[in-house]
Ligand binder design. Sequence first.
Ligand code: ARG
Length: 296
Amino acid sequence: MGRIVRRAVPRTLGRTRRVLSALMCPPTHYTVCYSINPWMKTDVRVDRGAALRQWMTLVAALEAGGVEIALIKQAPSLPDMVFTSNAGLLYGNRLLLSRFGPSERRGEEPLFARWFVEHGFRIDVLDETFEGAGDAFVFHGLLLAGYGQRSTLRGVRAVAERLGLPLLPLRLTDPRFFHLDTCLSILDSRTILWYPDAFDGDARGALRSLDVQLIAVTEGEALQFGCNALTDGQNVYSTTDSLRLSQLLDDVGFTLHPIPLGAFLKGGGGVRCLALPLVEVGADEDDLDQALASTA
Ligand code: ARG
């Protein structure tokens, strides 16, 4: 791997489909032993067996949807390493390596860096706090980036500058939705799933002014990590089993696949947090061309 491979893509409902692959970390040492977000209660026990079974269910569902899974080994002292979407932000063949805010996660940085170097990626190291794909998406040539909870405004500015992309900074105001991917998910080049109350007024306005269809989840769905979704272009994998959301997604041509991940919700993560897309559907063709050109 190392190069993002472009394949002939079938079209589904006029939407571009691309084979997706994702980096995941088997939860051999997953637990909640410190608290760096409101979900993490150190007095609540995490059943590691249940975590492993839930994680396997996610792997099986993604593989059944045609997603290839790449694996990184978890370090015993780094329980949150399972949340691979925080490894960094991928842009073509470059990984903008995360620089974690909480010291508890800083030890993950060299391990993720090594994996990406070994797999042929170029690493960009940042001086400012930035928590990777958990807080940023490239969308229609724009960097949509969350800040104010974990990544800082300086951090997302530094990333936009490195990539030479215009920045749409989105301030996150609710500590329960501390990463952008806990309250926003890009389903395809014209559809975004979001929880509006997690953003400040400017961010809500900016998102509403994009030329896309915004599908809002309810607070209950957001608390089930409904927005923390991954798609293969057809199926949407998420922890919520909301019938309401399932019908809304159905109306725009997606099928919701609920994956129960209770053990990981205790750590503040859902589907999207557990799988970092290495090749993704949903981005538009121009974004991919631009990313590839930047790494040529
Ligand atoms: N316990 C982890 C943390 O607080 C959860 C990470 C969730 N990841 C995400 N991409 N939203 O860092």
